[in-house]
Design a protein around this ligand. Structure first.
Ligand code: F0G
Length: 471
């Protein structure tokens, strides 16, 4: 294990020795709205960055989902769209790419990740069953609950500690999983829900060792193991960098090996695959495939398009190949780390090690004087927009929602504001501007008060909740 190199700052990040493996062919103008315009926009948006119009945003780090820049090859693929209702050639290209790079046998297309989550949850969860996983993700858990399951977090404890520097904070704690099995019985476990570079933990990866041990445990109890492969190519980078025996293996080889320990996966192609829309579920079991292929026609579309246009599937087919290239991943994660390094050097509290897709500001440390009930991460996202037109998102108590049993807020240990970096979109100069904006908000932190929630929707409240500033 080379985690020693994570111990000191300079060594953690290294000096950048990469440059993007592409040059820019087309640009999209962006504009910084004036201070008063930003203030007005924030009030109209109820202090929720999801409710801002994107025209009012200067640098948009709301999400890395569907926001990537496609390559000239992907755009060329778009022109090759075969918009047949059934049997589009683009589906077969996508299916082949999934089989080649992920190794699963059967592929069912969906319009995006949550469509895939919906059909796998409906197929594989019986009412009253448990779904253990390495930290919840908002839409994933929602679909598991809607299917009658209860999500149980079995991630390692250190995932909840933003300052713990260990390299694989996305790992499953096998003891936690085993004690759940002992408590409820293996037949009450629907499946294990494993995610690569765990989003809510700060983009923290899972080690190959962990998935191997997990596979063995699941085999012992005859439990299925499904993977949220949304950012699994990025997870492969961390294995290559930090796990013994993988330094000389390619991202593509590591990705395929990892998936080989699982029974199937769902995917939001909007992340790793460098496209604006799309997703899939892929499995090895033929019976389950039949079930998924049948359900998909109710909710998504025929099993050879699943809610996507033919051209979208072609862009995914090409994007899968590009997403697994070593130099792509290196520069992608290199850019995220560049931003992280600037912030750490200024003493700004962030989740470390820096993960794959985003910088997560530690809002608890940023605003120690704002109680969790006044939404420190929501406040920080709003303040950053007000300062510099940069849009991030809340990943704390608002995102965690309410406990369906008690109706109380779930109070996550992590209270984070996420700045997700779209792939191949912004330059290093944009990262400098973002860092300076965060610094300005940090310097003014003592004067900042929290927010109160004035409107709360029933499902996935973080998307549409509204707030007012506490005066
Ligand atoms: N799984 C993970 C780990 C995700 O991050 C997402 C989406 C999904 C599933 C659902 O996929 O959006 O295509 O329906 N994450 C986005 C984000 C929304 O900003 O992190 P989707």
């Amino acid at each position: 294990m080379t985690n020693q190199k994570l111990n000191t700052m300079g060594q953690e990040f290294g000096r950048r020795s990469w440059a993007e493996p592409w040059k820019i062919k087309m640009v999209e103008p962006i504009r910084l709205p004036g201070k008063d315009e930003r203030k007005q926009a924030m009030i109209e948006a109820g202090y929720n960055t999801f409710l801002l119009r994107s025209d009012k945003v200067y640098i948009d780090l709301l999400t890395d989902s569907g926001t990537s820049a496609m390559s000239d090859r992907q755009w060329a693929g778009i022109m090759m769209g075969d918009e047949a209702y059934a049997g589009s050639r683009n589906f077969y290209n996508m299916e082949k790419a999934v089989q080649t790079f992920y190794g699963y046998k059967y592929v069912v297309p969906t319009h995006q990740g949550r469509g895939a989550e919906h059909i796998i949850s409906q197929s594989e969860i019986q009412k009253g069953q448990y779904v253990p996983g390495n930290m919840y993700f908002t839409t994933t858990r929602m679909h598991q609950e809607l299917a009658g399951g209860s999500f149980v977090d079995v991630i390692v404890d250190r995932a909840h500690d933003p300052s713990d520097q260990s390299p694989f904070k996305g790992n499953v704690d096998l003891d936690k999983l085993e004690s759940l099995i002992a408590r409820v019985g293996a037949e009450k476990i629907a499946y294990v829900s494993l995610a690569g570079t765990v989003n809510m933990a700060g983009g923290q990866p899972v080690s190959m060792q962990n998935v191997k041990e997990l596979r063995a445990l699941c085999d012992r109890y005859n439990i299925s193991l499904y993977l949220d492969a949304t950012r699994m190519a990025e997870n492969a980078f961390f294995i290559q960098e930090n796990e013994e025996g993988y330094a000389d293996k390619s991202i593509a080889a590591i990705l395929k090996e990892f998936c080989g320990y699982t029974d199937g996966a769902w995917m939001s192609s909007k992340k790793d695959h460098l496209v604006n829309i799309g997703g899939w579920v892929a499995v090895n079991d033929e019976e389950l495939f039949d079930k998924l292929r049948n359900i998909v026609v109710i909710y998504e579309g025929l099993h050879t398009y699943g809610g996507m246009a033919g051209r979208d599937m072609e862009a995914i087919a090409i994007g899968i190949g590009e997403s697994t290239q070593d130099d792509h991943i290196r520069s992608r994660i290199g850019q995220v780390r560049y931003l992280g390094e600037l912030l750490v050097n200024w003493g700004i509290p962030i989740v470390r090690p820096v993960g794959g897709h985003a910088i997560f500001l530690d809002a608890k440390k940023f605003y120690p004087h704002i109680p969790q009930d006044n939404f420190p991460s929501q406040t920080l996202a709003a303040e950053l927009y007000l300062d510099s037109g940069v849009r991030g998102m809340e990943r704390g108590i608002v995102s965690a929602g309410r406990d369906p049993e008690t109706g109380d807020h779930r109070r996550p240990a992590l209270e984070l504001t996420r700045l997700a970096i779209p792939r191949r979109v912004y330059t290093q100069a944009h990262m400098d501007v973002v860092a300076e904006g965060i610094k300005a908000v940090f310097d003014a932190r003592d004067k900042t008060k929290g927010l109160k929630m004035v409107y709360e929707p029933q499902y996935l409240r973080f998307f549409q909740a509204r707030f007012e500033a506490i005066e």
